[in-house]
Design a protein around this ligand. Structure first.
Ligand code: SF4
Length: 291
C-alpha cells in the first residue's frame, strides 16, 4: 500500500536550512530521565522516533509513549512506523506504561498509538485502561492522549471520552486537498468530526498539521478555520521532514517568519495555544497546554 503513495521519483533531498539544526540534549533533569530509561529499559517514542525536542521535553517532565504495539494497520505517506499485521494486543500494556510513567516521574504524559483497524474495538479498551492505570499509579500526572479516528466508530471513541484525559488530541496532519495523499485511509471530515465530538463532550482538544507537503498559505488558513469551527483549543504547526526516501518528499521548507504569521493568525482566530515553528511536533511544549 505504501508504494501506491510514492509514485514520484524521490526528489533529491535539499539540504536542511539552518533553522532545522538542533542542539544535543543536555541538562540535569534530562540526564536523570535518560538514566531511568536506560536502567529500566523503558520504551518511549521520544527515543525511538529520535525526536529533536527530547532534551527539552524530558527536561520539563514530559515524555511520549506509544501503545498498542509498533506495527500499524495504516500506511500514511509521512510516517515511519511499520505497516503490517500487528501482534495481538497486550492486555498488560496499560500497567507497563503506567509503571514507566511512575519510574520516570513523568509529570505530563503524552500517550499515542498506532491505528488498530484490525481490532473490533479499535484498541479503545486498552486506551481507556491505560488512562485509568496511569491515574491509579501516578495520580499527580496529567495526560494528553493523541488518538486515532477509530474509523468513525463512535462507541469506541466514547470509551476515551468516558475516562476524560486532560487533553485529547487528534491530528488532521494536512490540508483537505492533500489528505488522500498523506494519510490514505483517513478522511479530513471524519477527523473534524472526531474533534467535534470530543469538544461536545466537554474535553480540551488539540490538533496538529505538518507543513511543507505542498499546501498553499490559503489552504493552511482554511484548515485552521475548519479546526476552530469544531472548537479545537490547541494547534501545533511544524515542518514535515521526510523520514526516508520512500516517504513523501518535502516540497518546501517553511520559513520561521511564515510559521510566526500562522501563529499570530491562529491566536486571532481564537485558538488558546498555537505552537508554530519548524521543529514543533505534536507533543512539543505539551505540558504548557493544560489550562
Ligand atoms: S495511522 Fe499513525 S502510526 Fe499509522 S501510519 Fe498513519 S501516522 Fe503512522
Amino acid at each position: 500500500m505504501m508504494s501506491e503513495l510514492k509514485t514520484e521519483e524521490p526528489e533529491k533531498r535539499a539540504p536542511k536550512p539552518k533553522w532545522l539544526r538542533v542542539k544535543l540534549p543536555t541538562g540535569k533533569e534530562y540526564q536523570k530521565v535518560r538514566g531511568l530509561v536506560e536502567e529500566h529499559k523503558l520504551h518511549t517514542i521520544c527515543q525511538s522516533g529520535n525526536c529533536p525536542n527530547m532534551g527539552e521535553c524530558w527536561g520539563a517532565g514530559t515524555a511520549t509513549f506509544m501503545i498498542l504495539g509498533n506495527v500499524c494497520t495504516r500506511s500514511c505517506g509521512f510516517c515511519s512506523v511499520s505497516t503490517g499485521r500487528p501482534e495481538e494486543a497486550d492486555i498488560a500494556e496499560p500497567y507497563k506504561v503506567a509503571q514507566s510513567i511512575k519510574l520516570m516521574e513523568v509529570k505530563h504524559a503524552v500517550i499515542t498509538s498506532v491505528d488498530r483497524d484490525d481490532l473490533e474495538d479499535g484498541g479503545s479498551e486498552i486506551w481507556a485502561a491505560t488512562v485509568r492505570a496511569v491515574r491509579k499509579h501516578s495520580p499527580g500526572t496529567t495526560m494528553e492522549t493523541l488518538i486515532p479516528d477509530f474509523r468513525g466508530e463512535w462507541h469506541n471513541l466514547q470509551r476515551l471520552i468516558e475516562v476524560a484525559p486532560e487533553i485529547v488530541s487528534h491530528n488532521l496532519e494536512t490540508v483537505r486537498r492533500l489528505t488522500r495523499q498523506v494519510r490514505i485511509q483517513a478522511k479530513y471530515d471524519r477527523s473534524l468530526e472526531v474533534l467535534k465530538r470530543l469538544k461536545d463532550a466537554g474535553l480540551k482538544t488539540k490538533s496538529g498539521v505538518m507543513l511543507g507537503l505542498g499546501e498553499t498559505r490559503d489552504e493552511v488558513i482554511e484548515t485552521m478555520e475548519d479546526l476552530r469551527s469544531v472548537g479545537v483549543d490547541i494547534l501545533t504547526l511544524g515542518q514535515y521532514l521526510q523520514p526516508t526516501k520512500q516517504h513523501l518528499p518535502v516540497v518546501e521548507f517553511i520559513t520561521p517568519e511564515q510559521f510566526k504569521e500562522y501563529e499570530t493568525l491562529g491566536l486571532s482566530m481564537g485558538f488558546r495555544f498555537v505552537e508554530s515553528g519548524p521543529l514543533v511536533r505534536s507533543s512539543y511544549h505539551a505540558e504548557k497546554h493544560l489550562f
